[in-house]
Structures are given as C-alpha cells and as structure tokens.
Design a protein around this ligand. Structure first.
Ligand SMILES: Nc1nc2c(c(=O)[nH]1)N[C@H]1C(S)=C(S)[C@@H](COP(=O)(O)O)O[C@H]1N2
Ligand SMILES: [Mo]
Length: 314
C-alpha cells in the first residue's frame, strides 16, 4: 500500500544531512509498520530521475560514523568515462541513458545469458548499508548505499568449480561518455574479484544512495561496492559479469601494474609508489585521520587473506 504524506515528498527533494537522518528514522519506522514508500519497484530504480527506494536498514553491516553530505558524495567523483577531473562526472554524466539496462552473465556458470535489470531486481529486497569508501588517492567518505549482496545474485547463476574469479565490465558508450575519446584507460573499464571476495557478505551491488536511486555520476544504475578495497575496485555502471578461472586484469593494473595490484586492499602499511597510504582525509574534515587496515573491515575480511604476503599481493 502506498501512503504518501506531504512531509515525506518534501524530504526526498532535500539534500541536507539532518533532514535525511530524520527521514531515515521515519523510513525505519515506516518499514516496521509495513508501509511502502515507493510504488512499483524495480521499474522505478531505472529512471534517470531521483526516485525514492524501499529498503530495510542493515545496521549490523553499517558504520555508525557521521555520513558524508549527499551533496559532496554526488559532486566529487571518480568516473573517468566522464573525464578525469573530480567535478566532471557530476557535470557530464546526466547524458548517460540508464534505462533500458541489461547485464550479461558469462563464463563458468550453469546459467548464463543477458538479463534485464528489471528482472534482476524483481522481488529482490534492498538494504541500506552505511560503508566507508577509501580512494587510493587518499580521501574517504561515509556513504549510505542501497543495494543487495552480490553473492546472493551470483549464486543464482550456479557458478561451477572453475569459477575462481569474477570479472566486471562497465558500459563503454562513446556517444554518451565523453571521456572515452581519450585513452587514459583501456576502455571498457574492467575490474575483478576473487570468487570468495565476490561472495563475501560485505560485498554489495548498489542501486542507490541516501535512500534514492544512484545518480549517474555514482555509477547508475548498478555499481559494485567492496568497502575494504580502494575505491577503484568498486566499478560503476556494470554491463557484464563473467565467471572465470583466470585472474582478471583490471583496467588499472593494465595501465600501471606497479601502482595498482589485483587485490588493492586498503593497507596503511603498503605505500603507493608515489605516496604514503598511512593517512586519509575524510571529505568535509580539515584534519587527516589514520587509515585503517582493510579500511576498518579487518574483523570481517582479514581471514580471506590468511597466509598471504600482503606486500607482495598488494
Ligand atoms: N567505470 C568506472 N568505475 C569507477 C571509476 C571509473 O573511473 N570508472 N572510478 C573508481 C574510483 S577511482 C573510485 S574512488 C570510485 C568513486 O566512487 P564515487 O564517485 O561514487 O565516490 O569509483 C570507482 N569506479
Ligand atoms: Mo579512487
């Protein structure tokens, strides 16, 4: 049942953090009461306009740290398909058509094919998870994502025993992505995870942030979020997921293997060849803070790397 109150419609138009927090509290109560706030999901996930999403808050997987303002999360981005400048994606990504959208599932799995995003999202419950995101360049944010565990989706395709890795590919549509005219990276943007990293319960596929569909500059309509890894692993606007027995070569490794390894786990003890990773600036803060091992998710993910030399496998 859809019950819309004027106050609630207003809140979705406002980007201020305190208002959002109030609204989140309201959403929490509303979902307890079983009141739906948005009609006909998943159709509404797909439009380019901001649409309210229906979700449950996953507190167990959320940090209690102060959120980065929505306006900062959506204005300061890395999305090289729209230019290498941090402010270009917000200015230019509106040209991206995110509907219709399909995702090709390929490789070492019983079920493969091309699937409409609508079908992927049908009857799939969404969660809000507040995660830290740490860019390899030394800044970080705290982002309230809305999405679902990647592993839940992957299992539906029944990957076989050869599926040791998962490779992800971003859309490469030159007519809508002005950055593709420059060979800064080898397009399309490709990233990869080991299968156990992909299946880890922290690994999210996001369709929204701050309670609404993803802005294009943040990777609409579907992007990866692996919060213990440097931001570039969290690939945007995904069109292909491939199960493979070979370790994928990511666009960043292809561009500069010495600087960007396959794992790219946040690690204050392994410096980037051109700068230290010991500290980071939380966007909005004046002073820097210490970078934490695995971006603060060591309790959950350190066991994935037991026995590995993380200086070698950086
Ligand atoms: N397709 C694609 N995905 C991408 C990037 C990109 O340039 N292209 N940049 C990455 C980098 S370096 C970071 S830090 C994060 C930034 O995500 P945000 O803009 O939503 O904060 O997206 C990652 N995903
Ligand atoms: Mo990044």
């Amino acid at each position: 049942m859809l019950i819309k109150k004027p106050a609630e419609i207003k809140a979705s138009e406002i980007t201020d953090k305190s208002v959002y927090l109030q609204r989140r509290r309201f959403l929490g109560r509303a979902s307890l009461l079983g009141i739906g706030l948005s009609a006909s999901l998943p159709g509404r996930v797909l439009g380019q306009n901001r649409q309210a999403l229906q979700f449950n808050k996953n507190q167990a997987y959320s940090t209690g740290e102060a959120l980065t303002e929505r306006g900062k999360i959506t204005a300061y981005n890395n999305y090289y398909e729209f230019g290498t400048d941090k402010y270009s994606p917000a200015k230019r990504a509106h040209t991206l058509t995110t509907h219709p959208w399909s995702v090709t599932i390929e490789g070492e799995a019983d079920k493969t094919g091309v699937f409409n995003l609508e079908d992927i999202l049908k009857n799939r419950p969404l969660e809000e998870r507040i995660y830290r995101l740490r860019c390899v360049e030394g800044w970080s944010m705290v982002i309230p994502w809305v999405g679902f565990p990647l592993g839940d989706l992957l299992r539906e395709f029944a990957p076989n025993s050869k599926a040791r890795f998962v490779e992800f590919t971003t859309l490469a549509r030159a007519s809508e992505m002005p950055g593709l005219s420059r060979p800064v990276l080898d397009w399309p943007y490709v990233e990869g995870l080991r299968i156990d990293e992909a299946m880890h319960p922290l690994t999210l596929l996001a369709v929204g942030l701050y309670g609404e569909t993803l802005p294009n500059q943040n990777g609409a309509p579907l992007r990866l979020v692996a919060p213990w890894k440097y931001g570039f692993k969290s690939i945007k606007s995904i069109v292909k997921i491939r199960f493979t027995d070979q370790q994928p070569v990511s666009s960043w490794t292809r561009a500069n293997a010495r600087e960007y390894g396959f794992y790219s786990n946040v690690n204050p003890d392994v410096a980037h060849p051109r700068w230290s990773q010991k500290r980071e600036r939380r966007i909005g803060d004046f002073l820097k803070r210490k970078t934490l091992m695995f971006n603060g998710y060591a309790d959950q993910v350190a066991s994935l790397y037991r026995g590995m030399d993380l200086k070698k496998y950086f």
